[in-house]
Design a protein around this ligand. Sequence first.
Ligand code: UGA
Length: 468
Amino acid sequence: MGTRQSTGTIDAMNEPQKICVIGGSGYVGLVTGLGLSEIGHEVINVDIDRVKVDQLKAGKSPIYESGIDLVLRRNLNNGRLQFSTDLQSSVKRSRVVFITVGTPSLKNGQIDLSQVIEVANQLSQCLNEYRIIVIKSTVPVGTTELIKDILTEKAQQDCFDIVSNPEFLREGNALKDFFFPSRIVLGGDSDTALSIMKSIYEPIIERNIFVDEIENPQRESTPVPVIQTDIASAQIIKYASNAFLATRISFINEISGICERVNADIKKVSEGMGYDSRIGHSYLEAGLGFGGPCLEKDLNALISTVNQEDYETRLLQAVLDRNDKQVISVVNKVEKLLGIDICHRVIAVFGLTFKPETNDLRNSLAVRVINKLHELGAVIHSYDPVVKDEILSVNQNVKPCDSAYSAAMGAHAILILTGWQEFLALDYKQIHSRMSNPIIIDSRNLLTASDMIEMGFTYAGMGTNALK
Ligand code: UGA
């Protein structure tokens, strides 16, 4: 990689840095700002959403993440973390500026960069001294050049360096992933900027971290790997990582369909495969498929990047297609078990979020299944540990219930759509007694088939021989 010496002058390499996080009340921005202040930096999180900023100033997180309110209040109280809606004055007070704004999908799969462009326009008006601009939002290759062009329209070229520093934060585990990452990726061409970035993350890289509110892993003796590279490679590391996780999920779901047809058990198949250290256990849980704001969006973005370059990506497209088929296959199971016409049948849906330990409904496959069942005339009762009436904003016909027991009342089937651990602790005998028809369709393979069958349920999971 070619590196160049930055024209910027940053004196104190290992001192706390003054940092501004733009998009600071969003998922990535909030976790980044909290994490950076927790390890000692002075951070201002900026956001245009005044309601969220006020809520955060009052110590209340708009996102659901274990331990987050406590870490937030500690860093507000010790003065290292502030929230603001004033981008320009916050940037002026900072040396390092993280961009973490949203990059949603357009209808054609390409990425909507309007928020990033708006931020770049604003930054161009306040770069009077050297700043490091860190792109944490997931953006396609080429975006950095676009940002650079916008900045240099008004600011001096030597007033900034750009670094790509993709995030690998899983919702529900975001704080843990921030403090104990598998790797830190830094893409850029300025030696100065890259070494300042390393110094910012030093306590994390050296594993000198202990955070009361989250489960701290066994301390490892080796530092966190830092991958220092060019900007395009850093961005592709992010896209390829998400695409690979999605590929594993679609792969195991495809094998799960084969298991159903040959009387094999996908849970045992995944377990048996995972002990091969070349394969590993993670992302081999068969089920409804991958939802959420990232995996599908990133696959689509990767496909549309190279489609413009006249390069076929059949494998990536097949990963998406398999995921769509999982939704259909769950709906088909409901129809099969209830007898094709499900019109006016009551279905109690357990779980609405795209995965457990989050309140995020974005691109939740549970919602897609519910919409499909509603189209077929089913009456939907829902229960989710964290999402209640919010489901009405995506489908007004659902009846949100306060407990799994009330959702099960009069139901012709229960459909588990999110693998919340809480569902394992329910009293299924009581649930059985409330239902009109004791059928459970477990699209996350959460429950133990034999236990359910013993209690008198008809039970169907995904890809196991007991569940046809
Ligand atoms: C994902 C990546 O895991 C993060 O590393 C990345 O930083 C993040 O996207 C992002 O780009 O911001 P996340 O969207 O929080 O994180 O979700 P995951 O935990 O990866 O799960 C995605 C979906 O796959 C969920 O619907 C989950 O239920 C499903 N899944 C996961 C399976 O169906 N099977 C599995 O074995 C694992």
